[in-house]
Design a protein around this ligand. Structure first.
Ligand SMILES: [Zn+2]
Length: 703
């Protein structure tokens, strides 16, 4: 036994020695691609050219429920033509029915929508133009139905709850509300009470108060059944809201006339797909995506990401043509998507991507000028439930972007400013990371004060930042697409090294938490429970990080390399033991310092139950936001409102992860530990309750 072990170690010795001499891992060049190739990428990517394409896309009003005669479809056709002009052969437009009835997984399709013009005039007490679609597209709420009406305007306060409508007759009238969320006001006033249309001012978001002319987009959400009675909505700026409100406050009666030339119809959601087929391993695909929609202008969200993908296609074709890079070993699939609903439709038809897709990247809002948009770059990693290495490949290149060489002639001279975050949803990567597909897909994006407003204009989009983020995505793409045996080992070592520091960081977090509990008289009683829980995390994390390392095996064929990757993964278990020791020795110090009783935590009924139940999901695709609302009764739903705190923080991401981890093998307690390790402490009661509710509505079974 021991003799055999020795030969194994000896067999690995040359590999390990070789590892320390890997050119890419030297101190002055710590990147996964060599300097020459990184320079080539930096020279090839043009922030100016990408900006130019962004501004062209931003001229279309890209509402994702499209169809013939819609600007969304026109934009798709424009981009397909531009792609073909680049000389890429595999370009396809795939159309998916959008009538509001058809479902893709659990996601209802949107409704086709086209619009020509819309105007809102005040008639009394004086004549004044309030809104015109061709002036500012977002002043008409997307999915508004065609109409021509003149009516008294009824003020309903916030207009989102029943009490706002008490004693007010709104049927057949126009309704005015303040405080944003036009879609919720529309549901109350038009769909529930028969008003003809709504006029809604902006939300009170603190960071937007300084922009009096900012108009927030309010998208109506009619289902197939509601199409005929949808009516329409107009959105106002804060300045306009104030002016209109003052009329009501002085007791004036207000009459307005609306004319909307628009139509809800059986449309489609077109997905634009382009492929560069790999030469050696065509069946292994990297999926690069961005949502092409939003309202006009939607410059950063997401003309920037769409243009970024286009620039990447152009760069790769040019680099291959010039002989700067060899033809790609693996396939790239580029997708311009109608966000979420269109991605669900596309994936329903392409379930083979579960096998083919080795990783993905979602480019969503990649060009923000930091100062104008009060912003920075955010990398949202793929979730713990989906093992992979792409996050660490991206992180490896972040420091490379700090150089001044990325400054574009017309771009800003801001230094690169970035953060790395755990998984968070909100865009198409949600569908690819879902365990139906398990394609590790991080999101590359920015926070942005102008997100979903009329002020998301091309001038807020920075050629320098576009150049940086496109270069980042391109470097990571080429790294994986052309990885050979050596590269696979380098990537595995990179994941191993980042995993090491993540495990240390997690222990620091656990120790800080324990200190908070030990030192707080109110929370002292739960110290033993928290201690028992956090002791699970080092080993759990080692296993998860180990799987991330193991995934790099798909990039190499050589048995010796694969064995080495396996060893790297196993090595983390040793670190787990060390992390556990660190926690225990700190606990001893806390017990002594705060006079705590040294006692073992005794698991109560909920822990016992959670350790028995092994949930298995019975549905494909992620849960849409309203899935629970549609299926649970009001009393069951109320539990979530009053008990949200039991989930800890990150409510949306945790519920996503809980579902993703339901494989019929893990217990609910395992799942509770994983999401707590990934985010923060999660009440076992919450996890139990959530899983039982999903079982009640037939979405989950217990093994
Ligand atoms: Zn977006």
């Amino acid at each position: 036994m021991s003799g055999k072990k020795h030969t194994v170690i000896l067999a690995f010795l040359p590999v390990f020695l070789f590892l320390f001499n890997l050119p890419g891992l030297s101190q002055d060049h710590p990147y996964l691609l060599d300097k020459e190739l990184l320079d080539i990428i930096q020279n090839e990517v043009s922030g100016e050219r990408a900006w130019d394409m962004m501004s062209k896309i931003s001229r279309f009003h890209r509402i994702r429920g499209g169809g013939d005669g819609s600007d969304y479809n026109r934009c798709v056709e424009f981009l397909a033509k531009e792609l073909k002009a680049l000389g890429i052969k595999d370009v396809l437009i795939k159309k998916y029915k959008a009538d509001g009835f058809k479902k893709y997984f659990l996601w209802p399709s949107l409704v086709g929508w086209r619009v020509k013009e819309a105007e809102l005039w005040m008639v009394k007490p004086r004549k004044k133009l309030i809104a015109r679609f061709s002036n500012q597209a977002v002043s008409l709420m997307p999915y508004s139905q065609g109409a021509e009406v003149e009516s008294e305007v009824i003020f309903v306060g916030q207009g989102k709850s029943d009490s706002d409508y008490q004693g007010k007759k709104v049927q057949g009238k126009l309704v005015f509300a303040v405080g944003g969320n036009g879609s919720a006001v529309h549901r109350q006033a038009v769909l529930k009470r028969g008003a003809v249309g709504v006029i809604v001012g902006p939300s009170d978001r603190e960071d937007r108060l300084e922009f009096p002319d900012l108009i927030e987009v309010s998208r109506l959400s009619p289902t197939g059944e509601e199409r005929a009675k949808t009516g329409f909505g107009f959105a106002l700026s804060r300045r306009q809201q104030k002016e209109l409100l003052s009329l009501f406050e002085s007791g004036e009666s207000v009459v307005m006339r609306a004319r909307v030339d628009a139509e809800l119809f059986d449309g489609d959601m077109p997905v634009l797909e382009a492929k560069i087929i790999g030469k050696d391993y065509p069946e292994q695909e990297i999926i690069l995506m961005g949502h092409l929609d939003h309202y006009k202008p939607g410059a950063n969200d997401n003309a920037s990401g769409s243009a970024g993908l286009f620039e990447m296609v152009r760069n790769i074709l040019a680099l291959i043509e010039k002989g700067d890079i060899p033809p790609l070993k693996r396939t790239l699939r580029f997708l311009w998507l109608p966000e979420m609903h269109g991605a669900a439709a596309y994936l329903t038809e392409h379930q083979d991507l579960k096998e083919k897709g080795i990783c993905g990247m979602n480019l969503d809002m990649i060009g923000e000028d930091y100062v104008l948009c009060r912003s920075n770059f955010n990398l949202f990693c793929s979730p713990y439930s989906v093992p992979g290495y792409i996050d660490d490949v991206l992180v490896n290149f972040l420091r490379w972007l700090e150089g001044r060489a990325f400054f574009s002639p017309r771009g800003s001279k801001h230094r690169f400013n970035f953060r790395v975050w755990p998984y968070s949803g909100g865009s198409d990567h949600v569908l690819f990371n879902d365990s139906t597909f398990s394609i590790p897909t991080p999101m590359l994006g920015h926070g942005d004060v102008f997100h979903h407003t009329n002020m998301d204009t091309p001038d807020k989009c920075d050629p320098t930042e576009m150049k940086r983020i496109i270069s980042l995505a391109l470097a990571a793409t080429l790294c994986v697409a052309n990885a050979d045996e050596e590269d696979a080992l380098e990537i595995a070592c990179e994941v191993h090294s980042q995993a090491h520091s993540r495990m240390t960081t997690r222990t620091e977090k656990s120790v800080r938490l324990l200190h908070q509990y030990a030192s707080d008289p109110q929370r002292k009683k739960d110290f033993a429970e928290v201690h028992a829980n956090v002791l699970n995390y080092p080993r759990l994390q080692a296993l998860i990080e180990g799987e991330n390392i193991q995934e790099t095996k798909e990039l190499c064929r050589n048995k010796v390399s694969q064995e080495m990757i396996h060893k790297l993964a196993e090595d983390l278990i040793k670190q787990a033991d060390r992390e556990k020791e660190k926690i225990d020795s700190m606990v001893k110090i806390f017990i002594q310092r705060y006079g705590l009783k040294s006692e073992n935590f005794r698991q109560g009924r909920e822990y016992m139950e959670a350790s028995r139940l092994r949930p298995k999901r019975l549905f494909k695709g992620p849960l849409p936001w309203n899935a629970m609302n549609e299926r649970l009764d009001a009393q069951s739903l109320a539990w979530y409102e009053t008990n949200q705190a039991k989930a800890g923080g990150n409510y949306g991401s945790k519920t996503y992860e809980i579902v993703n981890l339901m494989d019929g093998k893990r217990t609910l307690l395992d799942i509770r530990h994983i999401v707590s390790c990934e985010y923060d402490e999660t009440g076992v009661e919450f996890v139990l309750h959530y899983a039982k509710d999903l079982e009640k509505i037939g979405l989950v079974s217990f093994e």
